[in-house]
Design a protein around this ligand. Structure first.
Ligand SMILES: Nc1ncnc2c1ncn2[C@@H]1O[C@H](COP(=O)(O)OP(=O)(O)OP(=O)(O)O)[C@@H](O)[C@H]1O
Length: 231
């Protein structure tokens, strides 16, 4: 069963007189409970694809459906609310809010929706990421790996229908990267968490069960096994 379906996505950036076709007719369907890696050379469109699939950016043409809802038709406020409730996003640069503690960063989306988080699940995630002891720290008091682990808890706390991660291990050392990938795999197994992750690294991509390779804004391969993709 597909949790997300995208059809014929195009995105053209205009930089001065140059037009860049960042997405060039991409159609893709993401199965519930699947773990997908998106790889490809620098500039192939990976981040643009993730941003469009997650509603952060609007495509020039094409559609994205999350379940029955067409993201591409939503206005800003509805999109923001839907993203808070149903979509998790992990960025390479973490983007924690520096004035708030880890705990507060995790809870902000819930405050905005006047909802209470599942405390047991948040505690489980913080402990899995070895961040329970650091929950009252401010981002500036944490290492890069700790900040990313906190950002991952924030992204997963509402049990999103789909988690997008853009180079989530790009700024992490081997040990931290391993913990992040192990958590994604554990959640996939235990609660059927759907994950779509961009990476440059074929070894990291191999941890997923599907590898989509992009070139010049197009999918050039989409496999469950070894992949000839240049990344
Ligand atoms: N805001 C923008 N304005 C103009 N061009 C852009 C913009 N964002 C991306 N591009 C261009 O679109 C293309 C795809 O960019 P994108 O960031 O999606 O690639 P990527 O595969 O994620 O690259 P990397 O691996 O280097 O992060 C690139 O050629 C890039 O220069």
């Amino acid at each position: 069963m597909a949790v997300l379906r995208a059809k014929e996505l195009t995105k053209i950036y205009q930089a001065g007189k140059v037009s860049v076709h960042a997405l060039n007719g991409i159609s893709v369907s993401i199965g519930k409970g699947s773990f997908t890696a998106v790889i490809g050379k620098s500039g192939s469109g990976k981040t643009t694809l993730l941003n469009v699939l997650s509603g952060l950016e609007i495509p020039d043409s094409g559609t994205v459906h999350l379940g029955a809802v067409e993201l591409t038709g939503l206005k800003d406020r509805k999109m923001a609310a839907l993203r808070r409730k149903k979509i998790g996003f992990v960025f390479q640069k973490f983007y924690l809010i520096p004035e708030f503690t880890v705990w507060e960063n995790i809870f902000i989306p819930f405050y905005l929706d006047d909802k209470n988080p599942d405390m047991d699940y948040v505690e489980f995630l913080l402990k899995e990421m070895h961040m329970w002891e650091r929950k009252d720290f401010f981002p500036g008091e944490l290492s890069g790996g700790e900040q990313q682990r906190a950002a991952i808890v924030r992204a997963l706390a509402n049990r999103p229908e789909i988690l997008f991660a853009d180079e989530p291990t790009g700024n992490l050392d081997v040990k931290n990267s391993e913990e992040v990938l192990a958590l994604f795999q554990k959640l996939q197994r235990q609660i059927g968490q759907t994950v779509v992750m961009v990476t440059h690294d074929l070894d990291i991509a191999r941890r997923a069960d599907r590898i989509i390779c992009l070139e010049d804004g197009k999918i050039v391969s989409d496999t469950e096994e070894e992949n000839e993709c240049e990344s």
